[in-house]
Ligand binder design. Structure first.
Ligand SMILES: Cc1cc2nc3c(=O)[nH]c(=O)nc-3n(C[C@H](O)[C@H](O)[C@H](O)COP(=O)(O)O)c2cc1C
Length: 353
């Protein structure tokens, strides 16, 4: 029987256990640099036995979506990133860089018109983006590959492509936000093309053996009568992504501003369990379950009784860097899923000051 605490090879990376820290914006990096606070946070995760740490989202272009986030859009960034990676490795941890493009899902006042598959107003930010030309699509694919190459040079164990929550790749997957008539729009195969091409571009640049994971929304859970990516397509999408060479899939559901996980989201533990279990039983690559896992019992149940290979956590790691040891020693997380960690005064658990 699989165990939470056993060593495993997950998607080509040797991990000391099945715990993953999901990509989580920390807001600790003014001007994109790796500060002492960043080093100390990640060192602590590695010391506290986290198997795989996924960094906060790193924008692959110069566009700025979050304040205080890391950069990997030029070679100058590599040296500091390498220092971060070396520290994590020296503590026995593994780390992936999470790469994303924000599209119209912007958390700052932007002085540019963002790019998107189609010029459809973002229902969360209310921004009307510009429809990308095919040349712009090719350029963004190249930007993902360039950032992956810099990640490899910095020593990261792999990269994760962010394709959930309402960011660019998720928008391509969505029949609501992607209304293109060319080969990047249409059925789920065409809507997934950009992600498939990103996978190939990364392999061409970094080699086939450099691990690339993807975090995807299985179902956009859009409100009212609006049809985003729904689970039947989500499962199909996961199979396409797995066949195209992604080495593991991290699953979440929902798009921010719709019925996405929030303080009062009542999705059971874990959120979307039936969908995760079904999807994991149908794709060939390892699946990491994300969203709403708060107890060792629920994590164990996923690992022991289903095809899920890893469990990932965002808010519980904000509350308790020592989550792995806590669970192992029979203690609970302090996280109550209140979502106030995402407050205006920086990312921190208000219950665990
Ligand atoms: C403060 C905060 C920042 C986040 N930043 C990111 C991010 O940079 N990249 C990402 O993929 N998801 C991000 N997320 C989403 C989480 O990774 C995760 O998918 C979600 O919170 C559900 O997992 P949880 O219930 O364990 O928190 C963030 C969530 C929070 C609360």
């Amino acid at each position: 029987m699989k165990s939470l605490y056993e060593k495993i090879n997950l998607g080509g990376i040797e991990l000391r256990n099945r715990f993953v820290r999901s990509g989580t914006h920390e807001g600790l990096s003014p001007d994109g640099s790796i500060t002492e606070d960043v080093l100390s946070l990640y060192r602590n995760f590695a010391r506290e036995d986290v198997g795989l740490i996924i960094t906060s989202g790193i924008e692959v272009t110069e566009d700025k979506v979050f304040d205080n986030s890391f950069r990997l859009n030029n070679d100058e960034c590599i040296k500091d990133m390498k220092n971060l990676v070396d520290i994590i490795h020296s503590e026995g941890g593994k780390v992936m860089a999470q790469l994303f493009h924000g599209s119209s899902f912007i958390f700052l006042e932007a002085d540019y018109v963002p790019l998107a598959p189609s010029a459809v107003k973002d229902r969360f930010t209310q921004i009307v983006p510009k429809e990308m030309t095919q040349l712009e699509i090719k350029e963004i694919i190249k930007r993902f590959a360039d950032a992956a190459y810099r990640s490899k040079k910095a020593g990261f164990d792999g990269v994760q492509v962010q394709a959930s929550a309402g960011f660019l790749i998720n928008k391509f997957f969505s029949p609501y936000y992607n209304q293109r008539q060319d080969e990047y729009g249409g059925d789920v195969t065409r809507r997934s093309r950009i992600a498939v091409e990103i996978r190939k571009a990364i392999a061409d640049k970094c080699g086939n053996d450099f691990p690339v994971f993807i975090k995807m929304s299985m179902d956009d859970l859009m409100k009212e009568d609006v049809k985003g990516l729904e689970f039947s397509d989500g499962k199909e999408l996961a199979k396409i992504l797995s066949d195209s060479g992604y080495n593991a899939i991290e699953t979440i559901a929902g798009v921010m501003g719709e019925t996405m996980v929030s303080g009062n989201y009542n999705g059971g533990e874990p959120f979307f369990k039936e969908k995760i279990v079904e999807l994991a039983s149908e794709v060939k690559v390892p699946v990491i379950a994300n969203g709403g896992i708060r107890t060792e019992k629920a994590a164990n149940e996923l690992i022991s009784n289903t095809n899920v290979d890893g469990v990932s956590f965002a808010r519980p790691f904000i509350a308790d860097a020592d989550l792995v040891k806590r669970f192992k020693n029979g203690h609970y997380t302090k996280c109550t899923t209140c979502f106030q960690c995402n407050g205006p005064n920086g990312v921190r658990c208000i219950k665990n000051k």
